[in-house]
Write a new protein. Structure first.
Length: 317
């Protein structure tokens, strides 16, 4: 993929050169026109990744504007569901722009510190402020004024942790020897935003009941889990746990092989509720790696303690 960028640029130069030859005039302006065309083309190629990055921020702003129109305490289920899906959809669309801008920047070899800083600022809007605003709206399911204030505090905590996470990433990304380009230290802010957006998608089903459990509805599950889940993902963003790239992790051969075994279990749920696929991907990604690392540390500590105890018994004998 990295080798395609220069050839693509040379192809455009060759194409422009052919056009200039066809439109050559007798005034001897060919060299000047060719130089201006190449400069203009290079400037346009440098702008394209930044335009995608700004598209990320625009989608985050659109998610906030749409979420501002949601009033779960007054509106009927249909209108609130449509707004919740559109707001969550804007966050997912921002993720697509966030992935594409980096790919395009590496493709045309125009990566720069400006692009990295701009990307972090746009991520703060799309995956910090927009999900936090969704958390505020999900708190409207509670009639208690005290609980709604708790949701407001959690929303502020989430946005603060997202900003801290992005600032830490900017510092870590300056040193390529740390390997931050291969693994993330702390839950990435797009994944945390995806966790909140997936809750909004499930909440859009409103009073849909789970068979066999009268008290389990999409509304009740999300209204309870949003309190604890938002705090968990907010703290995971500033945690020392290591996370791989989400897209690269999903496309790994071992992960694809594991999904083949999990597919018979997941397929019925996805068929009944297609939006459940998003909540499975983001929440499994967010909770799986910390759980595995905690289990590994605890297991290793028990192994060390047992080996030391056996060594002490041996020397006592």
């Amino acid at each position: 993929m990295k080798k395609v960028g220069p050839y693509l640029f040379y192809f455009f130069i060759f194409f422009i050169e052919i056009l200039l030859i066809l439109s050559y005039n007798s005034n001897g302006d060919f060299a000047l026109l060719f130089y201006l065309w190449v400069c203009a083309l290079h400037s346009i190629l440098k702008l394209i990744p930044n335009l995608f990055t700004l598209g990320n921020a625009i989608c985050g702003f659109a998610a906030i504007v749409i979420a501002a129109k949601i009033d779960l305490s007054v509106q009927d289920d249909h209108s609130a569901a449509v707004l919740l899906r559109w707001s969550a959809g804007m966050i997912f669309l921002a993720m697509i722009f966030d992935v594409l801008d980096g790919m395009l920047a590496r493709l045309v070899k125009v990566t720069s510190d400006f692009g990295g800083q701009l990307d972090s600022l746009c991520d703060a809007i799309s995956f910090g402020a927009a999900p936090a605003f969704l958390i505020l709206r999900l708190g409207q399911d509670w009639d208690s004024f005290f609980v709604r204030n708790i949701f407001a505090c959690i929303a502020g905590l989430f946005m603060a942790c997202a900003i801290i996470r992005l600032a830490k990433y900017n510092l870590e990304n300056t040193d390529l020897e740390t390997g931050s380009f291969k693994r993330f230290k702390g839950l990435p802010s797009p994944a945390a935003g995806g966790c909140i957006a997936s809750l909004a998608l499930i909440r859009s089903y409103g009073s849909m009941e789970v068979p066999g459990f009268d008290f389990l509805t999409a509304k009740n599950v999300v209204s309870v889990w949003a309190v604890f889940g938002a705090v968990v993902v907010a703290l995971l963003m500033v945690s020392p746990f290591s996370y791989p790239h989400l897209t690269k992790h999903i496309l790994r051969k071992k992960v694809i092989f594991g999904w083949c075994f999990a597919l018979p279990v997941i397929a019925p749920m996805v068929y009944l509720v297609p939006e459940s696929l998003a909540i499975l991907i983001f929440w499994i990604y967010a909770l799986n790696f910390p759980a595995r690392q905690i289990f590994y540390i605890a297991f290793r500590r028990n192994m060390v303690d047992s080996s030391q105890a056996s060594a002490n018994d041996y020397y006592r004998r």
